[in-house]
Design a protein around this ligand. Sequence first.
Ligand SMILES: [Zn+2]
Length: 421
Amino acid sequence: MGTLNQLVFIALTLLGPFGTLGHGPWTGHKVIRLTPHNVPDVKLLQTFLSEQRFDVWRAPSGVNRSVDIQLSSFDFDDVTNYLREKGLHATVMIEDVQQIIDEQRAYRNVKGPKANEFDYTKYHQLDDIYDWMQNITNVYKDRATLFNITKSYEGREMVGIKISTQPQNIKRPAFWIEGGIHAREWISPATVVFMAGQMLDLYKLDMDLTEMVDSFDWYILPVTNPDGYVYTFTDDRTRMWRKTRSKHGFCYGVDPNRNWDLEWCKEGASKDPCSDTYCGPSAFSEVEVKGVADFLSKIENLKGFIDFHSYSQLWMSPWGYTTKLPEDFEAQDEGSATAVKALEEVYGTKYKHGSIANIIYVASGSSADWTYGKLDVKYSYGVELRDTGKYGFLLPDDQIIPSGKETLQALIALAKYVRDN
Ligand SMILES: [Zn+2]
């Protein structure tokens, strides 16, 4: 890279807090993919990306694991040329981010359907999801209730559904599933909503599902980061937002999956408030994260925990903060293997499984590490849903039902495994 270009880079980096990360328009923005084939190349990419403020869709995670980066047309030639000089050849995964957002604009304009006609094939705004939750817990009063966590930074309610088919006086273990901790990963809330709907609609109709529902008290939180989620619906420019919306100097938001109080803000988290992986001013600084953690702490006999993300198709267990494996890894990973096998049987979708740090990247202060490390929830997982990068965060809505159906089979298989182990 020439000196002039380098200066432009530095200038852009300095402008970053006001500039590009998380804010469109994305006209001409491409998502490129690079696959480092040796450790020095992985390190080179890590260093390069930590010095620049690009929107990293998939961070470097090891040899032969692909890295996806969103680049403006302005940066494209400089970056790809620079990396090519270093022996790293980029392929273009997405030609024009804005074009896909344009094609999907209808998602955001879906006017809230009446809750009793909720359309599971679409992405929905927060209010519509809350209407649906209200409605479905009314329809299935005998086994579903709403629960409140706390209010978000911007004052929104954080609401979940509890499904319990057992009389109150009989104690059963509990299972927690949550979606939408990262705002732009829309397939996550959509999949969680679909599964919760099926757990109520198909109860007593589908025997495997009924057995699953009966085995636990289910706590289901579809949108763990409501402020961020709402923000991604504001307009095209905010579609790629990931974090919460709390304010820190010139920048907004903390990565709510780097804010948990276990090995907080060590490797794989940033102290820069403008970074997409900002760990926050302190552990549990985010009311949403603290709220969920407090709620989880009070659940008796919590046996299972899953935090749904996208994308990459991975079923992951602790640890995230270190590549060292916990003593329960074998049992945890067998749970993952059971889940992904059942998932693949539905449509042939292939998931990988392993520990977070080994299969994706080292990330400290994440939810599953905390539930396992602090609450002793042995079967704690982080799951990256569809796809593997063709659309990434912009997964078309015709994949919601397939994602929901296959993930539900994974959940059924995992719940059975957890119950019996
Ligand atoms: Zn995520």
